[in-house]
Design a binder for this molecule. Structure first.
Ligand SMILES: Cc1cc2nc3c(=O)[nH]c(=O)nc-3n(C[C@H](O)[C@H](O)[C@H](O)COP(=O)(O)O)c2cc1C
Length: 494
């Protein structure tokens, strides 16, 4: 139905150049009569239960771009967090809808502050950076029609965030932190969920006191990044400290979900971590930044061969600013590849050297990206509005036996829980050649490209969707991307 809504009212492969009439402006709801006629995406509002038994994409400035969120959903993420957006920044933006792709952009003076698509709405948590309840509410009201829930960032330790009283500064100002959450909960309709993402405080007592206050504000979920404010990414997350928090929250009896964050590497790892911590769900940042298919029990491994070309085409179709797509592609890193070192070097160099989508066609192909988008819509539509559940044996023990049991039990449950499209895709690979190690792939071959797509006009990068600089949005300043080949554990903590 959604697919029909998205594609049914026009020729699938429109002969019109996508650059023409791609945008319509609207302050709150789509102004275009054509869009207004589209049925609204109906979905079950989020409850605490929807935050349980899941694997979530973490909020990531820059790296959590729209195509990354869409691929995460396609490959099994239950919910996706958008990058932190500072409340004041969104207040001065204008909501713009692309009438061809349906992409919704909140435009600031010199670029997009936040970009989304209705297809992700049932699963999208918008993360607010704020130090003021009233401003947070105003910002939330601006975007509430495009999201399923709001999350308050209470963990960013960067000075630009903390000096303004936002992020990790809220950890030591629990009155303000709770005032913001309470204001959001009171101002938002019940179908919009509210959550918070915190870091650990140095002591267990202080952490539990803070947690108690947060739960009492009426949040549906609490994510705990298991590092303290002063801990850096290179230091291991203290997942051992989470069990008492989970027990404490459960003891409060409100059914609030506790989401573990920190050092989760993917589907299998989430099962292990939930066995140790008792957390209801896990949230992944760095591993998803390197491979947005990591939410799947069988993630893609040869990203250069299949995933990155798809990603580049999707970015082109959605009109994502090339610099952002290039940055994200530069961060991708699969576990195995069949390419030689010099081939990889050439691929990376061609991405790095490209000035726009046109320049990368030799590697990514000339496909418009519409096919990739349609596959994502299909995969999401097959969920029927449901969030993917990742079941583990509910254990109160941290013994190796329990973990092993949980891991062994996973495959039989996976078949029920992974979206059908993802299962088919992975099944295709495993039956095509029983021995993965032969070609190093879990991914299916790219397949033939629809000739009409080959001839379809190219969607030029949308200059206006260039993300705004950090000093305007308050976002994390990310260094100039340096695409890498084959090295691990290199990113800084946020
Ligand atoms: C590139 C990048 C950007 C991030 N941006 C945000 C953000 O906008 N909001 C936030 O709460 N945390 C942000 N974080 C922190 C992550 O959400 C997460 O808490 C942290 O990386 C630990 O998870 P991990 O061990 O899976 O990486 C970011 C992390 C990375 C790597």
């Amino acid at each position: 139905m959604l697919l029909l809504a998205l594609f049914g009212r026009r020729k699938l492969f429109s002969p019109l150049p996508l650059a023409m009439s791609r945008r319509s402006h609207s302050p709150s709801a789509p102004a275009s009569p054509r869009l207004a006629k589209r049925p609204r995406l109906d979905f079950e509002p989020l409850t605490s239960e929807d935050y349980k038994d899941g694997l979530m994409l973490a909020p990531m400035v820059r790296s959590g771009a729209l195509p990354t969120r869409l691929y995460s959903l396609k490959h099994g993420a239950s919910l996706v967090w958008g990058p932190e957006t500072v409340d004041k920044a969104i207040l001065h933006s204008e909501r713009v809808v692309d009438p061809v792709t349906g992409v919704v952009s909140y435009m600031g003076k010199s670029g997009a502050i936040f970009t989304t698509h209705p297809v992700e709405k049932p699963y999208l948590i918008y993360q607010i950076g704020s130090a003021d309840p009233e401003t947070a509410v105003q910002a939330a009201k601006m975007v509430m029609n495009d999201v399923a829930g709001f999350d308050l960032n209470c963990g960013c330790p960067k000075p630009f965030s903390t000096h303004a009283g936002m992020g990790a500064a809220l950890l030591t100002n629990s009155d303000l932190l709770c005032a913001i959450l309470t204001a959001l909960r009171e101002a938002m309709p019940p179908e919009i969920s509210i959550s918070a993402k915190i870091r650990l405080l140095p002591t267990s007592d202080d952490t539990l006191k803070l947690v108690e206050r947060i739960i009492n504000t009426g949040v549906s979920a609490l994510t705990v990044h298991c590092r303290t404010r002063n801990q850096r990414k290179q230091q291991p997350a203290h997942i051992d400290r989470l069990r008492e928090i989970v027990d404490f929250v459960e003891g409060m009896g409100r059914g609030v979900a506790v989401i573990e964050n920190g050092d989760c590497g993917g589907y299998e790892d989430a099962i292990r971590i939930r066995g140790i911590t008792g957390a209801h769900s896990c949230m992944i940042a760095t591993a998803a930044e390197a491979n947005p298919t990591c939410f799947s029990p069988t993630p893609f491994v040869d990203l250069e061969r299949t995933f990155i070309p798809q990603y580049l085409r999707l970015g082109k179709y959605l009109g994502i600013y090339w610099g952002l797509t290039k940055y994200c592609a530069g961060m991708f890193e699969g576990k195995r590849t069949n390419r030689t070192r010099s081939e990889l070097k050439d691929i990376r160099a061609s991405i790095r050297g490209a000035k726009g989508y046109k320049d990368i066609e030799g590697y990514a192909g000339t496909g418009s990206g519409e096919e990739e988008f349609r596959e994502i819509v299909q995969a999401i539509e097959q969920r029927g509005g449901r969030r993917v559940k990742v079941q583990v044996l509910n254990s109160t023990s941290t013994t190796g036996k329990t973990e092993a049991a949980a891991t062994e039990a996973a495959p039989s449950m996976i078949s029920d829980k992974v979206p059908k499209s993802a299962r088919d895709e992975h099944a295709l690979t495993s039956t095509s050649d029983g021995d993965e190690s032969k070609d190093g792939l879990h991914t299916p071959p790219t397949g033939s490209v629809d000739p009409s797509v080959m001839n379809a006009p190219l969607a030029p990068a949308n200059e206006m969707r260039m993300p705004l600089p950090a000093m305007i949005t308050g976002e994390l300043p990310t260094p100039t991307p340096t695409p890498r080949i084959g090295h691990q554990g290199r990113r800084k903590s946020v």
